[in-house]
Design a protein around this ligand. Structure first.
Ligand SMILES: NC(=O)C1=CN([C@@H]2O[C@H](COP(=O)(O)OP(=O)(O)OC[C@H]3O[C@@H](n4cnc5c(N)ncnc54)[C@H](O)[C@@H]3O)[C@@H](O)[C@H]2O)C=CC1
Ligand SMILES: O=C(O)[C@@H]1CCC=N1
Length: 269
């Protein structure tokens, strides 16, 4: 049976997923989108050939509803959707923080809900999408969610109790790397390099390091030791990183992101 999938609230994440699904072989005629503004709906239709409909229409005609609005907009969207969503629809939430119970309380009894935390590298098919089942989601629902999100990268199943931590690590994760690249590019300027060259050097170092982390099978400590020559340059930099508490700062930063994800649990955070 053909699955009809609707993406509701098609912003950055929703569009990344939509384009990935189409690249992954989903027919635009099996996809629906909703958007708040008419111009956005028209833009999505022009770009991807998908039909843009109202939220109520999507709830009636799609088998799977993927909700990609901001956590703060989820309550409003659910109030709009609730009267129109039959209990056999699979509801997939892409929102940070909001637990599956939030949806289960607001939709028809027995509605299967799957919670997914993806990240923006979905735009280049390098996402990590972390997937958890709600009370009524079956193995088949999880498999379908994996099929959908695997069009934009890797997927990983975790118990829902680990979703806030996953959000702090991989949902927000790309931002930390961009922040580091920005800071190290500034360092390059301090050391006298032109900004564009400093940027290229750091980005290629990041790509090289990322590929080695993924493909070498070595522990990150070993990879770092291989760069760190006795009485060499790297150990001087590492000492400064430790002196400035960068490890502790990162642990505190991710703990703060995890706490914020918990706060968003009401959807009104
Ligand atoms: N940006 C990121 O890196 C990540 C975001 N997320 C989650 O994805 C969700 C979306 O985030 P973004 O794509 O960054 O936000 P966004 O603001 O780009 O997209 C949300 C879209 O929802 C639309 N919208 C809001 N209420 C609506 C309604 N009632 N009906 C139809 N459309 C409606 C907005 O107009 C907007 O286009 C959030 O819940 C966020 O927690 C998850 C992983 C990473
Ligand atoms: O900052 C946020 O709330 C979203 C969720 C994970 C990444 N961006």
């Amino acid at each position: 049976m053909t699955q009809k999938v609707a993406v509701l609230g098609t912003g950055k994440i929703g569009e990344a997923l939509l384009s990935g699904m189409i690249r992954g072989g989903w027919a635009p005629s099996d996809l629906l989108v909703t958007a708040r503004r008419q111009e956005r709906a028209a833009q999505l239709h022009d770009r991807y050939g998908v039909e843009a409909v109202s939220n109520a229409e999507a709830a009636k005609s799609a088998d799977t509803l993927i909700l990609t609005v901001k956590p703060q907009d989820m309550g409003t969207l659910l109030r709009e959707l609730a009267p129109h969503v039959p209990a056999d629809r699979l509801v997939v939430s892409g929102a940070a923080g909001i637990p599956t119970s939030y949806f289960e309380e607001r939709l028809a009894a027995g509605t299967p809900v799957v919670r997914v935390m993806t990240n923006t590298p979905a735009l280049v098919d390098e996402a990590m999408s972390v997937i958890s089942a709600g009370t009524h989601a079956t193995a088949a629902h999880l498999t379908l969610a994996e099929e959908i999100f695997s069009t934009v990268g890797k997927t990983l199943r975790v118990p829902e109790s680990q979703q806030d931590a996953a959000t702090a690590l991989s949902g927000s994760g790309p931002a930390y790397f961009y922040f580091l690249v920005e800071a190290m590019t500034d360092a390059g300027i301090l050391l006298g390099l032109p900004r564009d060259k400093a940027h290229d050097l750091i980005v290629q170092a990041a790509i090289g390091a990322a590929v080695m982390l993924r493909d070498s099978g070595e522990h990150p400590v070993k990879l770092r030791e291989n760069v760190t020559s006795p009485a060499g340059t790297t150990i001087n930099a590492i000492r400064e990183l430790e002196n400035h508490g960068v490890r502790a700062a990162l642990i505190a930063a991710l703990e703060a992101a995890r706490d914020r994800s918990r706060e968003l649990a009401t959807g009104n955070g």
